[in-house]
Design a protein around this ligand. Structure first.
Ligand code: HEC
Length: 164
């Protein structure tokens, strides 16, 4: 009988299907899980911060300001419904977010993070433009400009975030 000649055949198929499902779910989770930060955002590393300063000047300063000051009236939505770019210095709320959220917003854009496809924002997704390392470097540079007390508070927020 065919079933006897290939014992376990269907079982192998089932296991294969389960493995494929788990792999796809894993890939999706990696893509959308905000915790997909791949290395620490280490603002005490001079190399990372120096690279980040160059990345920031090229990719972020046009909106977030050469001195991280952001755009005027950044809390008020414009007539087109979009927010101006917020400052990344200690007057903004960048430091209220844990590392993995900062990374995810920069890599995937605010809409992907919030799960709102129709959320319109000027903040680009940098996934196809910058490497993960460059994104981490830009964020390390931003963090390196914060006063020690703000850095300590943001470190604490990152530590307490369960997704970290
Ligand atoms: C074309 C303009 C533009 C550029 C370029 C840009 N941003 Fe933004 N960014 C924005 C806007 C606008 C927001 C507000 C998002 C919203 O609509 O809610 C934002 C928000 C953010 C936030 C969330 C801040 C918070 O407190 O919630 C982070 C983090 C961020 N940007 C990082 C970056 C980094 C890092 C770069 C460079 C690699 C960059 N941005 C380049 C416009 C820009």
């Amino acid at each position: 009988m065919a079933a006897q000649r290939t014992p376990g055949g269907p079982k192998v198929l089932w296991i294969g299907a389960i493995v494929v499902c788990v792999a796809v779910a894993g890939a999706l989770a990696y893509r959308f899980w905000p915790g997909s930060v791949t290395e620490p955002i280490d603002a005490s590393s001079p190399e990372l911060v120096a690279l980040g300063q160059r990345v920031y000047a090229k990719a972020c300063a046009s909106c977030h300001g050469a001195n991280l000051e952001g755009q005027a009236n950044w809390r008020i939505r414009r007539a087109d419904g979009r927010l101006p770019a917020p400052p990344h210095d200690e007057t903004g709320h960048t430091w209220h977010h844990p590392d993995d959220q900062l990374f995810a917003v920069t890599k995937f854009g605010p809409a992907a993070l919030a799960g709102l496809d129709d959320y319109k924002s000027d903040m680009p997704a940098f996934e196809a433009v910058l490497t993960d390392h460059e994104i981490l470097a830009a964020l390390a540079y931003i963090k390196s400009t914060w006063p020690a007390e703000i850095r300590a508070r943001q470190d604490d927020i990152s530590r307490r975030n369960p997704q970290n």
